[in-house]
Ligand binder design. Structure first.
Ligand code: SF4
Ligand code: SF4
Length: 401
């Protein structure tokens, strides 16, 4: 590394980039390389570019920035890298130096940090969706237009109300866990949070939703705003320092990956793994339609949780889990990638939709709000008769005890 003073994080990212031995084992696993086929759009090429920028051998020209920006940060490359290159860490640090954010982006990212603001935006969006104003959507432009198109139907204010701070276990008490409501989850998918809470109660756990919790900062990290990401994690670390909690249970893989990267006051665990390990007495009603599972990148690659969702599904009598090609590849949602790079995101999703059609599934399960929105938009656009659900929603609908 050359140049003036570097922070410890810069040095750590630089050292991580040196771990790459250019073997290329990651190349075919990279969704953007599958589409674009050029070296600078695969992990090896991107590590090389980032290192060259850090060493000041090349300038971060618009072309270089574009190639780095086209990375989904899905971290599929990390799962297969024999040298253990911490790709996500190198990319986050590089983006923190290079990424420019305009006013709309800053507003959007800022809104995630404030539940009241997020709720006001949701109320406005609901009014837009229900008042007939949508006929004017052709007047929208750019990212705003794409955001409008991807936005699911915003639930009624009553369905967006905060979770209770405490929920008692159902039946015998087995322990106490904490739950994160999240930002997008709390506004657009509060039903998933309620289903998660119900499953945990049915498993015999008291659920606490700590006061003072906040957006986990995962989207900010993805966007290279590390300062905000670290601040959010610190806030949550304080908020989750509650007594006698066995675990912090996560139902959004992006938030789970962010929490897992920090030294939280209790073990951080995905709902699927928690129920496999601690929900042994739960029983489920039969389900006989074919079901496919699509792994969220931040569960499968970032948290290395590759089996628990499928294990849980084997406990649903009659359930036929059908194989789906590319099930462990990114769906193209990747934070707000689908808004930033709609064309490439659409191509990535198209390949996955082909795989979904071939699988013959009538239900698709996943575990992240961004993936739910991306899949639902794609399924609707293609006119497929496939229900896209969060794993918690599906299991809560099947649980009998
Ligand atoms: S994080 Fe994903 S998109 Fe980015 S280089 Fe790695 S595999 Fe490719
Ligand atoms: S697999 Fe790892 S070491 Fe090999 S090229 Fe990819 S990032 Fe580099």
């Amino acid at each position: 590394m050359t140049g003036t003073a570097r922070s410890p994080e810069d040095i750590a990212a630089y050292l991580a980039s040196l771990d790459c031995v250019h073997c290329g084992l990651c190349v075919e696993h990279c969704p953007t390389y599958r589409q674009l086929g050029r070296e600078s759009a695969n992990p090896r090429g991107r590590v090389y570019l980032m290192r060259a920028v850090m060493e000041e051998r090349i300038e971060p020209t618009p072309d270089v920035i574009e190639d780095l920006d086209l990375c989904l940060v899905c971290r599929a490359c990390e799962s297969v890298c024999p040298s253990g290159v911490a790709f996500g860490e190198v990319m986050a640090q590089t983006r923190s130096k290079l990424k420019k954010r305009g006013p709309i982006r800053r507003w959007m990212m800022g809104a995630l940090l404030d539940r009241k603001r997020l709720n006001r935006a949701a109320a406005l969006m609901r009014f837009w969706q229900r008042s007939g104003l949508r006929v004017l959507r052709h007047l929208l432009w750019g990212r705003l237009k794409r955001m409008e198109a991807y936005m699911p139907t915003v639930p009624h204010a009553d369905a967006r109300r905060p979770l209770p701070r405490h929920a008692p276990p159902i039946g015998e008490t087995r322990g106490r866990v904490a739950l994160l409501e999240g930002c997008v989850m709390s506004v657009l998918f509060q039903d998933v949070n309620r289903d998660t809470m119900h499953l945990l109660q049915a498993a015999g756990y008291e659920v606490v939703v700590p006061e003072g919790q906040a957006c986990c900062g995962a989207l900010h990290e993805h966007d290279g705003d590390l300062e905000t990401a670290h601040r959010q994690l610190a806030r949550n670390k304080d908020a989750f320092a509650v007594d006698d909690v066995d675990a912090i249970v996560m139902n959004s893989s992006g938030c789970g990956a962010a929490f897992s990267s920090a030294d939280m006051p209790a073990p951080v665990i995905d709902l699927s793994r928690f129920l496999v390990d601690h929900g042994e007495h739960l029983s489920f009603g039969a389900f006989t339609e074919p079901v496919a599972y699509d792994a969220p990148c931040h569960l499968h690659h970032a948290q290395n949780e590759t089996t628990a969702p499928q294990q849980l599904l084997t406990r649903v009598p009659g359930l036929q889990l059908v194989p789906m090609d590319l099930w462990d590849h990114c769906c193209g949602a990747a934070g707000i990638y689908n808004l930033d790079h709609p064309e490439l995101s659409g191509r990535i999703l198209d390949e996955k939709l082909d795989a979904l059609e071939r699988s013959g599934a009538s239900v698709l399960l996943t575990g992240n709000p961004g993936c739910l929105m991306q899949w639902r938009a794609g399924v609707a656009k293609r006119g497929l008769r496939v229900e896209v659900l969060h794993l918690a929603t599906f299991l809560a609908g099947q649980v009998t005890a």
